[in-house]
Design a protein around this ligand. Structure first.
Ligand code: GLC
Length: 414
């Protein structure tokens, strides 16, 4: 069960909300920003919430997003059904603060889920446990600024009781009304204790409604996978994991933030994540009209182009060699070992501690160009051991270097 996630390797994260009209980050502007988001604006609370009334993303075309995700080889997509600002992109009976009350009216989550499924992508929904708009949470006010993790407005027991009911009901709606949901991606739990969130009861309800669902680790103590944010873990975690990463420095569309990673940096991150056996959840930030900004599209296009000849070394792979065996991320699938060159080699590269007699051929993954190689092992091993471990030296001429990342495939005799 759930092993699709184990080798999925690439997914699309979509941070979108009514604040995207303003070109300001999602939710955080209303609490005055946060240190981890360098371009986050400070917007007065009422002004922030006011754009909920005008949200009308006429150019929202989730089918296009689905094709885009597919073109990169992505296996899943996760949309912010509700972020910390409390605004629901789905039709909810629990409050008026949702897409129903906007000029757009249609259920954005339903349209998203249908489009992703139509191309065979798995579907995930991001849901913030914290809600800075709900009166019983209680709502964050201008007087509560600046945001302090340890000094947040607290509810009375009655308020909390009501809020929990609301929270459970909204999650129930999402997990009942949209068919199979593959991932529920929680966030915002830091503002209350696991006991206050009633995590065990919540997880129980979720698994009853969606027996095959994966829950991320931001529902404390209940998660199926870890969610390192904006970094690659130094050592591969023992369990399922997924790095979530922005293309610039913001999650939601933020017109101030022009600090984009290069396509090459993004591809290198993907190679490293795959080499450590994780998934990369790459974020896009649609604008208020529903379109993905051109700087993000350009980079996604570059990744798609690179993936068109390199997907084999990324998707459905397992981690490859140990770091001491090869200086770079490597993966494997079947009889193939894939070496990702994230630095340009000087003439040759070395691979150590592999069964050299089993090496059938070495080639460039992108176009199959054969590469010459030599192998070597201790003399005593070559005399006495029918299948010795040794080292491989592979010639890598300048002519085969890919501008983003060169991948070399070692074909092994099984
Ligand atoms: C953080 C932020 C949030 C973002 C999330 C994605 O926890 O609060 O804005 O949605 O990370 O991982």
């Amino acid at each position: 069960m759930n092993n699709w996630f184990n080798t999925a390797r690439l997914g699309m994260f979509i941070h979108w909300g009514h604040s995207s009209q303003k070109g300001c980050e999602l939710s955080w502007p209303l609490v005055g920003g946060v240190f981890s988001l360098p371009f986050c604006q400070d917007v007065p609370v009422d002004e922030y919430h006011s754009t909920a009334n005008t949200f009308n993303p006429k150019q929202y075309n989730p089918q296009e997003w689905a094709y885009l995700a597919k073109s990169l080889g992505m296996k899943y997509a996760i949309l912010t059904a509700k972020h910390h600002d409390g605004f629901a992109l789905f039709h909810t009976q629990e409050s008026d603060f949702s897409i129903v009350s906007t000029p757009y009216k249609q259920d954005i989550v339903r349209e998203f889920v249908d489009a992703m499924r139509s191309v065979g992508l798995r579907v995930g929904l991001y849901f913030s446990l914290s809600d800075w708009h709900h009166p019983d949470y209680p709502a964050f006010t201008e007087a509560d600024k600046p945001y302090r993790f340890d000094q947040l407005p607290q509810p009375t027991p009655q308020q909390w009781e009501r809020y929990l009911q609301f929270l459970f009901n909204q999650i129930q709606e999402l997990l009942t009304n949209y068919g199979q949901i593959d991932i529920i991606w929680f966030d915002g739990s830091w503002e209350r204790t696991p006991e206050q969130w009633q995590v065990q009861e919540l997880a129980k309800m979720i698994r009853k409604l969606q027996p095959n669902i994966l829950i991320n680790d931001r529902l404390p103590n209940c998660g199926d996978f870890a969610t390192p944010e904006q970094f690659i873990p130094s050592h591969p975690p023992a369990h399922l994991w997924e790095t979530c990463l922005t293309i610039n420095e913001s999650w939601g569309y933020n017109a101030n933030d022009q600090c984009f990673k290069s396509s090459r940096q993004l591809i290198h991150t993907l190679c490293e994540v795959a080499g450590k056996g994780g998934n990369l959840l790459l974020n896009v930030s649609p604008m208020g009209n529903g379109q993905i900004p051109p700087q993000q599209l350009e980079r996604l296009q570059d990744i798609a182009d690179w993936m068109s000849s390199h997907a084999d070394s990324i998707l459905d792979t397992r981690p490859g060699l140990e770091p001491w065996q090869f200086y770079g991320p490597s993966t494997r699938k079947g009889d193939h070992i894939y070496l990702h060159l994230l630095m340009k080699p000087y003439e040759q590269i070395s691979v150590r501690g592999i069964p050299i007699k089993q090496v059938k051929s070495v080639s460039v993954l992108a176009d199959g160009t054969p590469l010459t190689f030599t192998s070597h092992c201790a003399i005593i091993d070559s005399l006495l051991n029918p299948n010795p471990l040794g080292e491989l030296k592979i010639d890598v001429p300048e002519s085969v270097i890919n501008p983003y990342a060169t991948v070399i495939c070692i074909d092994m005799d099984s």
